[in-house]
Ligand binder design. Structure first.
Ligand SMILES: [Zn+2]
Length: 131
């Protein structure tokens, strides 16, 4: 597989987007793609069964500091996505990235610069930058 830059991807997204160029279409397609990611994950548990979602209250000792919190937080996922479910989740995530990129294009936001800025923010602020 050939390496590409984020800028090349962003330009390709702009090139292939034909029908849904209205900001309303972009926003609703982005929302729809997010719902489809959620649906694909849910179906991996409820239809396929390759993963189980065991949700319970996060059990964190009272005196836990914010920096230690990660050690007590569970993902509530048992098992791993099978190949079919992984392919479906990846397809839906790809569509989500596509519509995320169309939103950036609509406002002339450089995706590479956005990721770089956010990466710098994460490096500088760490977990405190996620609030
Ligand atoms: Zn599965």
């Amino acid at each position: 597989m050939k390496n590409f830059t984020i800028q090349e991807y962003q330009a390709q997204v702009d090139d292939v987007l034909v029908r849904h160029r209205s900001i309303l279409d972009i926003l609703t397609k982005l929302q729809e793609s997010t719902a489809k990611v959620n649906r694909a994950v849910a179906k991996s548990a409820t239809y396929c069964g390759c993963v189980k979602i065991n949700v319970e209250k996060q059990a964190v000792p009272e005196d836990t500091s914010y920096s230690q919190l990660k050690n007590y937080m569970k993902e509530h996922i048992d098992g791993n996505l099978c190949d079919i479910c992984r392919e479906k989740v990846e397809a839906e995530l790809s569509a989500n990235i596509f519509y995320f990129t169309t939103l950036c294009n609509a406002f002339k936001i450089d995706v590479g610069e956005l990721i770089t800025k956010h990466h710098e923010q994460l490096k500088t602020l760490g977990k405190y930058g996620l609030l």
